[in-house]
Design a protein around this ligand. Structure first.
Ligand code: SF4
Ligand code: SF4
Length: 452
């Protein structure tokens, strides 16, 4: 699972893995209200106000081990923080140099960099372009939403700086994707957010991240919540901002999440298919075709991406950087052994093993798989613990999009493998209605009258 043993490469079984490296840990130059990572400084017992920076020796050790642990035509490095650009351009030049030093023949090396964009300048962009980095840029839509939470240490919004970074990324033709947090504000203004990203930012790829944190998230690891304390689906304490809410006020509610996705999906399906890339929707098209969902949150198993701290500590996932989920350290353990360890395999498989009955019976289990286990902290209406907080929103969206996704696939000429409107189900339905053989062209726009 973590290391995929597939076809041969260079005469040996292919081996692939993914680590999200955080060479500057949680250190950041801005102070977003909902950052799940800033509090990790305390949790991991770093000195107040700063995380250790990964030393040059450790950086070299990591690059060497990460390359040696894999046998694949392309090795992808991912750099995150905190804010990794705080390390300075020279640090990243060194990274590229070290990668070249250990690069095996016939293997290409690629890099991703996640950034808040505030420190990007022309020199950075030139470097990113020359070295073909893929940049993930955090931007939460128009200034009034972005600046509500993405503030600098003086409490001032950072939107203007991020838009300057957008300009530079376009100017230097750097490959980038936008990451937009869907919180209590952005979720209520879906079209404004989407159209801004489409028309002003001209985002080459949109990624939306639902913001879900209980008030205890700073020091309590997911999956350690007492089952009998989990509120049931529909409990008012799950509404962010409500009296006695267990949620942080800036979170998206389950209902708002569903409404956000529906509004954006309808706009995209009506005007932008084929011209605007929305990561979720592209992934759903694959899922409705019967392929595996490429997004970990909506796939069957976890554990495909480890997270590494600047001191070499390795954790099961970026969302599980808590002491309970540490699986080893770069100095004492091999990366591939950690990735294949029984602890990590248990973590990966528990995503499906721990599905609630509600998920097992759900028409959309194939697309959702109970979403990210980090968000599974409520009980079903029947009282079973471990349901996903966003369930109601996800379900509403799947039900809404099912017909349109099936229609899109048919127009594209692909059979529909999943969903209420899948080809097999429709064939059965048609066969029941009329005993004549079903012609392919019956599955067309007019039959379904699908409305985008
Ligand atoms: S815990 Fe969530 S983010 Fe981590 S691998 Fe699982 S689904 Fe993905
Ligand atoms: S929509 Fe809800 S019930 Fe269905 S799989 Fe997702 S979390 Fe489970």
């Amino acid at each position: 699972m973590l290391l995929t043993q597939g076809p041969q490469f260079n005469g040996h079984p292919s081996k692939r893995m993914h680590v999200m490296a955080k060479p500057i840990g949680a250190a950041c130059n801005i102070d977003c209200n909902y950052c799940y990572y800033l509090s990790k400084q305390d949790l991991l017992q770093y000195k107040k106000g700063c995380s250790p920076q990964m030393s040059d020796d450790d950086l070299e050790l990591y690059i060497k081990h990460y390359i040696e642990a894999q046998n694949t035509p392309e090795i992808i490095f991912s750099w995150q923080g905190g804010e990794p650009t705080l390390l300075g351009l020279a640090y990243f030049e060194k990274i590229v140099e070290l990668q070249k030093k250990y690069q095996p023949q016939g293997v290409s090396i690629a890099n991703d960099l996640q950034t808040n964009g505030t420190l990007l300048n022309a020199k950075w962009c030139q470097f990113l372009k020359e070295n073909n980095f893929l940049v993930g840029l955090s931007i939460d839509g128009p200034a009034m939403y972005h600046d509500a939470y993405r503030t600098n240490r003086a409490g001032r919004g950072t939107h203007k700086q991020v838009m300057e970074a957008v300009k530079l990324l376009h100017e230097y033709e750097v490959r980038f994707a936008t990451l937009t947090c869907i919180n209590n504000l952005t979720s209520r203004n879906p079209l404004e957010v989407y159209r801004f990203l489409r028309d002003e930012v001209k985002s080459p790829q949109m990624q939306f991240i639902p913001i879900v944190e209980q008030k205890t998230f700073r020091d309590t690891a997911p999956q350690t919540w007492a089952a009998n304390e989990q509120p049931r689906q529909g409990d008012k304490r799950l509404i962010p901002g409500a009296k006695n809410s267990v949620m942080e006020s800036w979170c998206v509610s389950d209902e708002a999440w569903g409404n956000f996705l529906i509004a954006v999906f309808d706009e995209w399906a009506t005007h932008d298919i084929g011209t605007v890339f929305v990561q979720y929707f592209e992934a759903f098209i694959e899922t409705w075709m019967g392929r595996k969902n490429p997004l970990c949150t909506l796939s069957e198993f976890c554990g495909k991406g480890l997270a590494m701290e600047p001191n070499g500590d390795v954790f099961a996932c970026d969302h599980y950087v808590y002491p309970e989920y540490k699986i080893g350290n770069l100095h004492t353990d091999n990366l591939d052994e950690m990735a294949f360890s029984s602890q990590q395999q248990r973590f990966g498989f528990s995503k499906t093993r721990n599905l609630t009955e509600q998920c097992k019976q759900c028409d959309y289990q194939f697309a959702c798989f109970g979403e990210c286990p980090k968000n599974r902290f409520i009980r079903t209406r029947q009282g079973e613990p471990g349901l996903n907080y966003l369930c109601a929103g996800w379900h509403k969206f799947y039900k809404h999009a099912d017909r349109s996704l099936a229609h899109i696939l048919r127009v594209m000429g692909y059979p529909v493998a999943h969903g209420k409107y899948s080809d097999s189900v429709m064939r059965q339905a048609m066969a029941l209605q009329q005993p004549k053989p079903v012609k392919n062209d019956m599955f067309n726009k007019n039959v379904f009258g699908a409305k985008f």
